[in-house]
Design a protein around this ligand. Structure first.
Ligand SMILES: [Zn+2]
Length: 472
């Protein structure tokens, strides 16, 4: 039976410059509260500091019936997230995100007396270490992540975090509230938008309404001050954007109210609070006996798949290697999250291996995978033993072939030699994700010479950690 689309609304609250944007948060919070809808407001550390400075803690009061999330500490101030992650690898990058973002997250928790519902990417500034650091920041979910499963699953797990893909969000709706023709289009498209979501596997519709600041200003506060890598002179006041005439603000709020009414009138949609949705989807899949056969069946095929609701390809490779070590995987379950390879390639090392391994060599390379996962939480890019370096994808595909030949005994009683079959190094979705990331990340928010080579490599490598979130 087709269910209803679960609709959640999000806002990015970030303008520290214009006092009117504080009022806009209150108006939006009250408008939605009066309609019985709970939205998620993602706030920057600098916005929270501005609210303290302007004695506007009433804004947090107005958000009581809504979720409060985090939208970075300093948003467009340089270095932005991608800029400060530019020189980093994995572990130092995760530590850098935690170090630079913690004070803003803690401040918003202190001022609101609330837990944070999630982290929303600021503009186009992102790195895979952001989802990698969320557990340390005690933030349970990530919206507008550049990651996606390739199967449209929303949410999904990536780099250890429950992520909602930016490519799956509808909006910013605010663009359509400013113009009568666009608003008519928006309302006209709505039934189809809702139906598509209601008929999708996850039945989730993320309506990204946008920014309170755009209800009272005609331009963004940050482009005027921070474009192309420049910070304003220290001590000089930030340039304020041109205000929107108050009649236009009223029109936008009125259109938003009509838009909310139109969503509510749909028999195929229901509003959900983002925090409730996150709680319902952060569940661990149930591993009854037989799960391993299901995971193997899902993994069959020429590509590394990223749409299983049971395990990521990284978890499955780890499980296969544990099986080679003699563990009863079906009984033990897949174990915890496993990251994709995070090590920088050793420039001197070429992957090299014979076309087949004997059973002793196979046990040794499997053991090297288990040891790396135990030590780092991540797969090795190359599974090694004496003079042999087998790429993770080659090992993955060879072990799947081995079990497919004899599902009951395949991992337990190894043949004398095992042929190594190769396949593409990464899941196919890695190309989609890195293409989208590269196209968006170097926009006006960053220094024109920002080099995202290493961030892109890590972004691609973490596609090994992708899986669709289990459904409640
Ligand atoms: Zn933003």
């Amino acid at each position: 039976m087709p269910g209803k689309a679960q609709v959640f609304l999000t806002f990015d609250v970030e303008d520290p410059v214009t006092p009117a944007s504080d009022d806009a948060v209150v108006w939006l919070a009250e408008l939605l509260r009066d309609k019985g809808v709970s939205a998620a407001f993602f706030i920057t550390g600098d916005k929270a500091r501005a609210l303290v400075r302007r004695q506007r803690l009433d804004v947090f009061e107005a958000l009581r019936s809504h979720d409060i999330g985090y939208h970075t500490n300093h948003h467009s101030t340089h270095p932005t997230i991608a800029e400060y992650l530019e020189p980093c690898g994995w572990a130092d990058g995760v530590a850098e995100v935690a170090r630079r973002e913690r004070s803003g997250a803690d401040l918003i928790r202190d001022l609101s007396g609330r837990q944070l519902c999630g982290f929303a990417t600021a503009g186009t500034s992102w790195g895979p270490q952001v989802p990698g650091a969320l557990a340390e920041l005690d933030i349970p979910a990530h919206v507008h992540s550049f990651s996606r499963t390739g199967g449209g699953h929303n949410p999904h797990w990536y780099a250890g975090a429950l992520c909602f893909a930016r490519s799956e969000a509808t909006g910013p709706v605010e663009d359509d509230l400013q113009d009568p023709a666009r608003f008519t289009d928006l309302i006209g498209r709505l039934p189809q938008t809702i139906r598509r979501a209601a008929q999708s596997e996850d039945r989730i519709l993320h309506l990204y309404i946008g920014h309170p600041t755009m209800f009272v200003n005609q331009e963004f506060w940050d482009g005027l001050n921070y474009a192309s890598g420049r910070n304003p002179d220290p001590g000089s006041a930030l340039v304020a954007p041109p205000p929107r005439p108050s009649a236009d603000t009223r029109t936008m709020l009125d259109r938003l109210a009509r838009f909310i009414d139109a969503v509510r009138a749909s028999p195929e949609a229901e509003f959900v609070a983002f925090s409730d949705l996150v709680a319902a989807r952060r569940i661990t899949p149930v591993f009854s006996e037989g799960w391993f056969a299901t995971a193997l069946a899902e993994a069959a095929g020429p590509n590394i798949g990223t749409t299983s609701r049971l395990v990521s390809p990284a978890q499955l490779l780890h499980a296969l290697c544990r099986g080679i070590q003699g563990e009863d995987i079906d009984r033990a379950g897949p174990g915890g999250e496993v990251l994709g390879p995070v090590e920088r390639p050793r420039s001197a090392e070429q992957p090299g291996h014979p076309v087949r391994l004997d059973d002793k060599q196979l046990r040794e390379v499997a053991d090297s995978v288990c040891r790396t996962v135990a030590a780092t939480g991540a797969l090795p890019a190359l599974a090694r033993t004496d003079g042999i370096a087998v790429p993770a994808a080659t090992l993955y595909s060879s072990l799947l072939d081995l079990v497919a030949r004899d599902p009951a005994e395949g991992l337990r009683s190894l043949p004398g030699t095992v042929p190594l079959s190769t396949r593409a190094e990464l899941p196919p979705v890695a190309d989609e994700i890195s293409e989208h990331y590269n196209r968006r990340v170097r926009r006006w928010m960053h220094r024109p010479d920002l080099d995202v080579t290493e961030l892109t490599r890590l972004t691609r490598a973490q596609t090994w950690s992708l899986r669709a979130a289990a459904a409640a």
